[in-house]
Every structure is written in structure tokens, then in C-alpha cells.
Write a protein that binds this ligand. Structure first.
Ligand SMILES: [Zn+2]
Length: 240
């Protein structure tokens, strides 16, 4: 508990310092969406960069939408151009391990290696270090939480899945996303599922029509003041 209190204090100091900086000196870049004021939803894509990432990025760019990609280190290595493009176009990059093992079945040193190797390759390729961890299969335990905390990251799961990897059907994926979408929801999808990428223009159009601002996970969770090692949303039965 004391670790958390310390982090909160540290955060408070940082906030004060930032506020003290000259506010009007530079024109504000694009205003960040405030998810306490408007309806937000975060689209997240796991296991990438997937082979259809380029097409997905074209859609997101055209629609002016920011997404979050939970990347596997091994694919950042094999598809560096996609990872670079994600970062350059303002999407958020999260850590989804290097080779996608179940963290809860590994030794601590193995989980540490999976996480730190992925941090390193994402940083090397894109210049950006992930600030969020999503363990493979969404399976986390106290060890995963401790290792996330070592890297200053919260663990981000999802409020609902699109079931895209199971259905692989455009209409089913679209319907599922619309059914589970809710304010401050985090939707799990995959950029290696062709049907997800193909139906994305329709999904984005329909979500916008319902008044959603499609934002990155960090923008969405800002309101919750997550601390390193926190798990969000907290799964049922989570013991810490
Ligand atoms: Zn995954």
C-alpha cells in the first residue's frame, strides 16, 4: 500500500510542476478529449503489428480516430514499419509480451524477460516506450502486477471483446462491438483478423453516430488515476 501512496504523492508533485510551466506561451496542440465530459470508447488491437495493420491504419487516419495497439515484441521485430507508422500517426503502443505466453505459468525471470524485451524493441523501433501492459489472454497475477509496477505501467484488460478471432465474420464482429460498446468501454480486437480490419470503416461510422469519441486507452483511463501495477478493469475475484 505504501508504494501506492508514494506514487500518488510523486504524481501530485509532477502535476504541480507541469501547471507552473508557462501555459499561454505556446499555442495548444490538439486539445485532448476529456472523457469525464464526453462519451469515450477505446478500440484496442492485440497481438500485432498484424499483417493487416496497414489497411487498419489507413481507416483510422481517414476517420481521425486514435486506437491502442498492444504489440508483441516478436512482430515489432518482423514488421517494424507498421509499428513505426502506428507511433507516427498518434496511436498508443502497449506491451503485450514478446512471444505471447501465459504469464501465470512462467517463472518470474521469464515474465520479466518477456516484458523488458518488448519494452526495448518497441523503444528501439518507434522511439516510444509503452506505458501500458496487457498480459497475453488477459491473465495476470500478483507477480505480473509487480513486474508491471517495476516498469511504471498499469495492467490494462478490456471491458468487452469483439470475439473477432472466433467468428471471423464482418457482420458478427460489427454487431458484437455495437452490442458491447458503452461509455468508457475498452474493446478488444485483433489486427490480424482480416474481417475486423475490413469492417472497421462501418464500425467507426456507427460508433461515431452514437456519439462516441474514439480515444487511446491512456486518454480514457486518465480519469481513474491508475498507479503502476494497478489492474483495470479489475477482474472478478482478483486478489492483490
Ligand atoms: Zn493476445
Amino acid at each position: 500500500m505504501s508504494r501506492h501512496i508514494t506514487s500518488l504523492l510523486a504524481l501530485a508533485c509532477v502535476t504541480v510542476t507541469l501547471t507552473a510551466a508557462p501555459a499561454q506561451a505556446t499555442p495548444k496542440a490538439k486539445e485532448e478529449v476529456d472523457c469525464t465530459q464526453v462519451k469515450c470508447l477505446a478500440l484496442t488491437f492485440d497481438d500485432g503489428p498484424g499483417k493487416y495493420a496497414d489497411k487498419l491504419l489507413d481507416t483510422l487516419k481517414k476517420e481521425g480516430v486514435k486506437a491502442t495497439f498492444f504489440l508483441e515484441g516478436q512482430y515489432v521485430k518482423s514488421r517494424p514499419a507498421f509499428a513505426k507508422r502506428m507511433a507516427a500517426e498518434g496511436h498508443e503502443l502497449g506491451n503485450h509480451s514478446y512471444t505471447h505466453p501465459d504469464f501465470t505459468k512462467l517463472e518470474p525471470w521469464q515474465v520479466r524477460a518477456e516484458v523488458s524485451k518488448t519494452q526495448a524493441i518497441v523503444k528501439e523501433v518507434t522511439g516510444v516506450e509503452p506505458k501500458l501492459l496487457r498480459p497475453p489472454y488477459g491473465l495476470a497475477d500478483v507477480l505480473t502486477s509487480d513486474i508491471a509496477a517495476e516498469h511504471g505501467m498499469p495492467i490494462i484488460l478490456w471491458t468487452a471483446g469483439s470475439k473477432d478471432w472466433a467468428t471471423k465474420n464482418e457482420d458478427a464482429i460489427k454487431q458484437q462491438v455495437l452490442d458491447v460498446a458503452k461509455p468508457n468501454g475498452i474493446i478488444l480486437m485483433h489486427d490480424w483478423v482480416k474481417q475486423t480490419v475490413d469492417v472497421m470503416p462501418k464500425i467507426v461510422t456507427l460508433l461515431k453516430k452514437r456519439g462516441y469519441h474514439l480515444v487511446t486507452v491512456s486518454t480514457l483511463v486518465k480519469q481513474y488515476n491508475l498507479r503502476p501495477g494497478d489492474v483495470f478493469p479489475l477482474p472478478e475475484g482478483w486478489q492483490s
